[in-house]
Write a protein of this length. Sequence first.
Length: 297
Amino acid sequence: MFLETIDVRKNDVVIFSRNNLDLENNFKIVDKNSSIKRPRSISYFEVTDFVKNTVPKNLIVYRLLTNLRDLDASSTKFGFFIWIDGKIELIYFDPVFALEDLNHLNLQVEKSKFRFKIQQVGLKTTGMVTAEASYAQVYSFDLKALEAQNQDDKMYADAVFAFDKSYDDDLEIDFVGKGSDFKFGSRIKKIYDASSSLSEDQSGAKPDLSKVKFDEDNPEVLREQKLQLLKKALGIDKSDKNVSDDPGIMEDEEIEVSDSNSVNSDSNLIDLFKSTTKQAKVITERERQSVILKLTD
């Protein structure tokens, strides 16, 4: 995932992740106005607070589409709910979270017949719904099998700070292995694990793929219940202070929109994707491509 706050006079930040299930070390935050821009760790739960906050921001996350119409988002363990184009939707901060969630979404299908897509989705805030951020989709494209397993969104932070000599990205990260799993009491037979092979379906078939459905009347309540269950499973104290609880950081009522001399608007990554640049042309081409994935042992 990649998150970038836009045109906030103070405390502009970039957050990125490394496609790893380590909820404490996977996510990094960079203060854009710091004299030395060095990534530091931020937890999964702190990231969710930034995502929900209504300050203007760009966001890159991931979406799961499957050939099963009866999947219910309420059974997710590693997904997160946000508002996109006026509807609540299940998203993932990294492809590995979507892959691991296949073990929790109650898939009633043989592995050989299961087909799915993992899409990268670029979003921009457009306002708020029930006091939290709502987003508009700017682009989406299907990930290839190799990308889904190896995506590293640090590259977007590197692009934002490409010409900034104060950016120090010399990261020393002690990850829990990619096969690690924060299960809690699940007895579901695993459809995906570290021994699974993820490949692209080259048969030419065009299965009807759809988003995981959402039938809950109170999505925010369900989402908070899920977060608390995950904290409990990981042994995290509910009273832990979040980065976004710090006075002056991400507080809506204190935000001042910057003028032309404050934040460098050239670092607006989502706008770069949809401009006339070479990168925008690559994104447009990717949007036209369909990549259907399958699991094999």
